[in-house]
Ligand binder design. Structure first.
Ligand SMILES: [Zn+2]
Ligand SMILES: [Zn+2]
Length: 132
């Protein structure tokens, strides 16, 4: 799928920054932080526009946000028809974050009258590269 098709799929018009952002996220094999995204962009990029675009993508559910801790927040494109309710793996050495879409979320026995609205499961360890 092309970046522009992706945008129209979600009812968004094309702008240079939107297309570029989708392209970057499509090419990545792992979730990216806003800092990592910035590194792919020209130095003269308007950061306000970039952050606004990330926010818009999040609202429109093109991307999902993965919060590892106060320092690390990453974003990953949502593939059409894929669920975002999945655990994530965080490498404690290189801070790589990957989605584990085929791993079911652990469920819990909630106390009577409680209900779940959001589940954020982060599995920590070391990635293949760091294990070498
Ligand atoms: Zn690693
Ligand atoms: Zn994910």
């Amino acid at each position: 799928m092309e970046a522009n098709d992706f945008l129209s799929e979600f009812g968004l018009s094309r702008t240079a920054i939107r297309t570029k952002l989708v392209q970057i996220l499509m090419d990545a094999n792992e979730a990216l932080s806003s800092k990592e995204i910035e590194a792919f962009l020209d130095d003269n990029i308007d950061r306000v526009t970039l952050y606004r675009t990330i926010k818009l993508f999040e609202e429109k559910k093109l991307i999902h946000k993965i919060v590892v801790d106060e320092q690390i927040t990453k974003y990953r494109l949502i593939k059409p028809n894929k669920n975002t309710e999945h655990p994530h793996f965080h490498c404690v050495r290189c801070d790589k974050v990957v989605c584990l879409p085929d791993t079911p979320l652990p469920c819990c026995d909630l106390p009577e009258g409680f209900s779940v609205s959001n589940q954020n499961t982060i599995i920590e360890g070391t990635c293949q590269k760091c294990n070498k």
